[in-house]
Design a protein around this ligand. Structure first.
Ligand SMILES: [Cu+2]
Length: 364
């Protein structure tokens, strides 16, 4: 009798345990090649590139829209104003800038360890400026104290691959290497001030659509997944391979480190947050077609190398939506917001206020 009760209790305990074991793991940990199971936190916040690889034969198409807003000038870590810029001898001070970028991406994995990537983008920029005085405005800008420049067009093409060299249990790591092809124009012009009146002239580097140089983009990414959440870290760099482009300058090399964590609220939605540190070196060479002289001494801040480069730390907050089943299976929609926590900019430059990225990704 005792044995019977004991066995019955044991059996029902086992049955209960088995049913819990079947029902409990909503999320399969972890996505290996042999047992690939998508989950919302499989991808980093959408603004982070090259964060994931694909299993053999996998394709992914993506579209991202990024908007960056910059408003107000900064010297080092201090907020400054147009009058502070004019006091340094500049005739024109940038006031604000926005950049919209549309990015189309394609990924394909010929093997489980290698994923190839291609990215193209279309850029639209707008910059507002202020002229140092009414007298100056009369001399160089037809009497207007403010003016706006715009550019738009195709940017640089990026071509490369990710190689996953480490996969053990719930941990994985990959290196990435891409080449930036200078397909974006560096010949963008718009109506800007000149002695005698504003005319169509070459715009400074921040308004150009490409770097004008072949650049190397290496990266290293590490990710660890748990049942409900995951975290990752990535370090990346931009190395300019040429000493100058066709217009006599080259953009600064840059180096960055990003960490993030994602938490699955359910099978469809994950929240994520992260931190990004980036360091950019100053511009090198000289912008041949951009004038440096103005009625107040110098022209605009963006004509001078000392006003390029710096460091910043951004906080990242995002949401990933993923369809694990149904007609939308394999599709993702994600959004993230980057807010600068700290910026230390060389010379006088526009400060970044926010970067929003919205993306759609489809694996097939
Ligand atoms: Cu992908």
């Amino acid at each position: 009798m005792n044995t019977f009760i004991h066995n019955t209790v044991l059996l029902s305990t086992l049955t209960a345990a088995a049913s819990v074991a079947q029902a409990a793991p909503v999320f399969s940990c972890c996505a290996t090649d042999e047992n690939y199971v998508g989950r919302p936190d499989d991808h980093a916040p959408i603004s982070i590139m090259g964060d994931h690889t694909h299993a053999k034969g996998g394709w992914m198409a993506s579209y991202r829209f990024m908007r960056m807003d910059m408003d107000g000038m900064r010297n080092g870590t201090e907020r400054v104003y147009a009058n502070d810029v004019f006091a340094q001898g500049y005739s024109v001070s940038p006031e604000s800038m926005s950049m919209d970028m549309h990015m189309l991406g394609l990924m394909y994995a010929p093997t489980d360890t290698l994923t190839l990537m291609l990215m193209a983008n279309y850029i639209e920029t707008e910059m507002d400026h202020k002229v140092y005085s009414q007298m100056g405005a009369n001399m160089i800008n037809n009497g207007d104290r403010t003016f706006t420049t715009n550019t738009s067009g195709l940017g640089d093409l990026k071509l490369g691959g990710l190689y996953r060299f480490y996969l053990k249990g719930n941990r994985k790591a990959h290196v990435g290497l891409s080449l930036n092809l200078p397909t974006g124009s560096i010949e963008q012009k718009d109506k800007t001030p000149k002695m005698g009146g504003a005319v169509n002239q070459q715009l400074p580097a921040p308004m150009q659509l490409g770097s004008g140089t072949y650049d190397l983009l290496p990266s290293l990414t590490y990710v660890q997944q748990f049942e409900r959440w995951s975290y990752g870290a990535q370090t990346n760099a931009v190395i300019r391979l040429e000493s100058e482009n066709d217009n006599g300058y080259r953009l600064g090399d840059s180096f960055g480190v990003t960490t993030w964590a994602g938490y699955n609220l359910n099978e469809w939605v994950a929240v994520n947050a992260g931190l990004n540190y980036a360091y950019t070196r100053t511009l090198k060479g000289s912008q041949d077609k951009v004038g440096t002289a103005g009625p107040n001494g110098q022209s605009v801040t963006t004509a001078f190398n000392s006003n390029y480069g710096g460091e910043h730390i951004d906080a990242i907050f995002g949401l990933n939506f993923y369809a694990p089943v149904g007609t939308l299976k394999g599709q993702r929609i994600a959004i993230d917001l980057r807010l600068p926590l700290w910026q230390d900019l060389n010379g006088y430059q526009l400060e970044t206020d926010s970067i929003v990225t919205i993306g759609w990704q489809m694996a097939f």
